[in-house]
Write a protein that binds this ligand. Structure first.
Ligand SMILES: [Zn+2]
Length: 231
């Protein structure tokens, strides 16, 4: 999933959202609009800037609005515990969501569900007095999709694995000397996480500079990294 970043200028500071229980779905109620327009509308409301965490255009381009850690401004009463996703379009008047946009919403939902497995998804109208995200928005399809997202084997992390990992990390921490290179043969998908852990000193090698990581451990580190625990 590619998220297009925008260097937003916030009018005032953003606050950290302490909990995440819901994902709230919205439409912009405008048939064509850019994330910049949404930002200017929200600033005109007196808000810090775009209130959603994600804004998805009809062509499927996914834009980052507020950083995901920040409290949004999209669902009164639920902002302190939810992530907001808005789509371009007016789904009170447009009958069909383009496939590219629909797939992009699902990609964002999947990404969020893997990081916040205990969340549920709701339409804005389920938590506030509004018709948003519009009567033709594929809301029940999205809710069913979200409920049925099952992490792939490689994305699963159960508590046993977590406890084992913690033990492994403690063992690794006691090893002497920093590991300062990444094995050329290491699976590409593990490299960014392993390099990061080396950089921040969580992983150290033995005196030969060997990390002694099993594939399982690299996999678990990578999954953990996605949850943000190493940030
Ligand atoms: Zn809404």
């Amino acid at each position: 999933m590619i998220v297009t970043e925008i260097d937003w200028k916030w009018k005032s500071g953003l606050s950290v959202r302490a909990k995440t229980n819901y994902v709230v779905l919205h439409h912009a109620a405008a048939k064509a609009c850019s994330p910049y327009q949404v930002d200017s509308w929200h600033k005109a409301n007196g808000w810090s800037g775009i209130g959603y965490h994600y804004f998805i255009r009809k062509d499927g381009t996914i834009y980052r609005g507020r950083p995901e850690w920040a409290t949004g401004a999209h669902a009164q009463g639920k902002n302190h515990e939810s992530i907001g996703i808005c789509v371009e379009g007016n789904y009170d008047e447009e009958y069909i969501m383009p496939d590219d946009q629909k797939e992009a919403v699902k990609a964002v939902l999947r990404d969020i569900k893997l990081r916040y497995p205990n969340t549920t998804v709701k339409g804005h109208k389920h938590v506030g007095a509004t018709g948003c995200p519009g009567k033709y928005y594929p809301l029940s399809e999205m809710m069913t999709y979200y409920r049925n997202i099952i992490p792939k084997e490689s994305e699963k992390l159960n508590m046993t694995q977590y406890e084992e990992l913690k033990k492994e990390i403690d063992t690794l921490k006691t090893r002497i000397g920093y590991f300062n290179y990444i094995d050329e043969n290491m699976n590409e998908s593990y490299k960014p996480t392993v390099q990061k852990l080396v950089d921040i000193g969580v992983l150290r090698g033995n005196e030969k500079g060997e990390l002694m990581l099993t594939t399982d451990m690299m996999r678990i580190f990578t999954v953990l990294d996605r949850t943000g625990v190493f940030n």
